[in-house]
Design a protein around this ligand. Structure first.
Ligand SMILES: [Zn+2]
Length: 419
């Protein structure tokens, strides 16, 4: 089966074709495995799941954050399929009771994707999840990701100062790493002669070859904090730490930011104001946080409406009232859009994703609030008073522009703080 055919086939037909393939006597398990992995990559899946249950094996792809069924296999094929993947990933195929991790490289035409394989024993057998890392995601510019306007200019100017701590926050799967990589790409391109860049990652998702990347290895004591400390002895200007999870890492990152380094990292928090209080609540000196922190981006990835089948949608009046209230504009004429569903979007109405974001510039007023140990809600109230644009505002604006849907905004962004 050639690549074009595999790319064009809908998931429904793919499932039928897999059924036909395995109905032939003497079919090769390598062919089955190859098709499952390649089709996943071709459909832009971020994850390929191979889930055994009592009835059989369910193969599904996560595309733009949502699962799509790809095929069902009879239970007797499960062990062979998993063994094949283990062989490709250099794992121990005879060990079925342990957790294993590996990598598989999938080559389609000229492009290559890295699949990070995780195998976990479940009561129904081994479950395999392959996370797909595409070169395209890792090498985009910040403007290509969807950041534009005054916010982008301000973020650039903060970063190009090459000092302080700059944070990205959001839940997992919100595209933080892609944005971090894009920021690093930009710094490297603009300031190569002035900046030595080093990163500490877990895992190294993509090897750039343009700067030094360290892989966290806890077995030898190389965690984020240790890696960060060691990298400070390497004469760097820019350090990227995959994640700040504990007080120790936060402390080293803040001090590095205060001593003439630019530190980029991520923190698990819902919003930019919450990130500020999260840091202070890690039992860190408010004065140090206030002095080192320069900016915070909170980000979510929303599904983009498929432009191929987009049309105006009818919406019930109650929802319109809610959205008007959220947009704080009673008189806004609103047009609602929806993707009707077509081949291009696997009949989901959505194709690809776009980031929505809020950006908190740590200026004098915010600094004063950090020093006073202000609560998240107090910081948010102050910001709202001066017309600060929240994650929700950005999402609603993008929905009003027909790029995503209001449903998608309301599904992805918490309304807790604004209602
Ligand atoms: Zn479509």
């Amino acid at each position: 089966m050639d690549v074009q055919e595999l790319e064009d086939v809908s998931l429904e037909d793919f499932s039928v074709q897999i059924g036909t393939l395995i109905s032939h006597d003497g079919f090769r398990i390598s062919e089955l495995c190859d098709r499952i992995l390649k089709k996943g990559v071709l459909c832009r899946a971020s994850d390929i799941h191979i889930e055994p249950n009592r009835e059989g094996v369910r193969i599904r792809y996560r595309i733009d954050g949502v699962f799509h069924d790809a095929a069902y296999l009879p239970a007797e094929l499960h062990d062979q399929l998993v063994s094949r993947i283990k062989v490709l990933g250099d794992l121990l195929s005879h060990r079925r009771e342990i957790v294993q991790e590996g990598r598989v490289r999938v080559k389609i035409g000229d492009s290559e994707s890295d699949l990070r394989i995780s195998v976990v024993p479940t009561v129904a057998g081994e479950k395999v999840v392959a996370r797909v890392y595409s070169v395209h995601n890792a090498t985009q510019d910040i403007s290509q990701i969807g950041y534009t306007g005054p916010m982008l200019r301000r973020v650039r100017s903060i970063l190009f100062d090459l000092e302080g701590l700059f944070l990205l926050c959001g839940p997992s799967g919100s595209g933080k790493t892609t944005t971090l990589y894009a920021l690093l790409n930009e710094i490297q391109r603009e300031l190569d002669a002035y900046a030595s860049i080093i990163t500490i990652e877990d895992p190294v998702e993509y090897e750039f070859g343009k700067w030094s990347q360290m892989q966290v290895n806890r077995q030898v004591g190389l965690d984020f904090a240790a890696g960060l400390r060691a990298s400070l002895r390497q004469d760097p200007e820019v350090i990227m730490v995959g994640e700040i999870r504990d007080r120790e890492t936060a402390e080293v990152a803040l001090h590095a930011g205060l001593t003439g380094h630019l530190v980029l990292s991520t923190l698990h928090a819902g919003s930019a104001p919450e990130t500020v209080t999260r840091l202070v609540n890690m039992d860190l000196e408010p004065f140090v946080v206030a002095s080192a922190l320069t900016g915070i981006i909170a980000q979510r990835l929303l599904r983009r409406v498929c432009m191929n089948c987009r049309e105006e949608a009818e919406v019930d009046p109650a929802k319109i009232t809610l959205i008007r209230r959220l947009m704080r504009r009673d008189d806004t004429p609103l047009t609602f859009y929806t993707g009707k569903g077509c081949e291009a979007c696997q009949f989901s109405g959505y194709l690809d994703r776009l980031p929505v974001a809020e950006f908190l510039d740590i200026d004098e007023e915010v600094r004063a609030m950090i020093l006073n140990k202000a609560r998240t809600s107090e910081i948010l109230q102050m910001l709202l008073k001066r017309g600060w644009k929240t994650l929700l505002d950005d999402g609603l604006e993008k929905a009003a522009a027909g790029l995503t849907t209001f449903e998608e905004v309301l599904r992805s962004i918490s309304l807790r703080e604004v209602l």
